[in-house]
Design a protein around this ligand. Structure first.
Ligand SMILES: [Zn+2]
Length: 175
């Protein structure tokens, strides 16, 4: 602030230039002007839209009611709200909020559908591996004709079917 004032001193012969607010309101910019830190002379559009929507005296009052470390954020949000109101006189920033809310709802729906699809695919995968288990342990299988005892044969097959689930999951997740 002091730097800006110093930089402009040459042009204005020692008097600091008025801030964007005081320039628009055609008044003298006092040393302790509440607008000056937030509405610099090189950004006149910021105060113009805020003044149009809220009115200079209301902005002044709102800033006076706040602690100094909160005023910067308050000005940013007021400028955002004012610009939104100028763009959309009916809904203002509520238009932006409701459009974002709709996007969130849509994305939640898409996420739920995708999650349901994953569950369905996992169930299909397990069903497939269970079916291959049934086939390999069927009485027609070659293994049953061998001399292995039924218990050891069953153990081998259950191990194989578990292996096939892992290999299928690998294929599924890497694709
Ligand atoms: Zn001023």
């Amino acid at each position: 602030m002091k730097e800006i004032t110093g930089g402009h001193n040459k042009k204005h012969g020692g008097a600091p230039p008025p801030c964007a607010a005081c320039k628009l309101l055609r008044r003298r910019c006092a040393k302790d002007c509440v607008f000056a830190p937030y509405f610099p002379a090189d950004e006149p559009h910021k105060f113009a839209s805020v003044h149009k929507v809220f009115g200079a005296s209301n902005v002044n009052k709102m800033l006076q009611d706040l602690a100094e470390d909160q005023r910067g954020d308050a000005v940013s949000s007021m400028v955002y709200e004012a610009n939104a109101r100028v763009r959309d006189p009916v809904y203002g920033c509520v238009g932006a909020i409701s459009s974002l809310k709709q996007q969130i709802d849509l994305l939640h729906t898409q996420l739920a559908l995708a999650q349901a699809e994953v569950v369905q695919m996992r169930m299909m995968m397990h069903q497939y591996s269970n079916n291959s288990f049934t086939i390999t342990t069927s009485p027609d299988n070659n293994y049953n004709n061998s001399n292995d005892s039924p218990s050891s044969s069953r153990h081998t097959h259950s191990h194989n079917s578990r292996m096939s689930i892992f290999s299928m999951e690998d294929t599924f997740w890497s694709s």
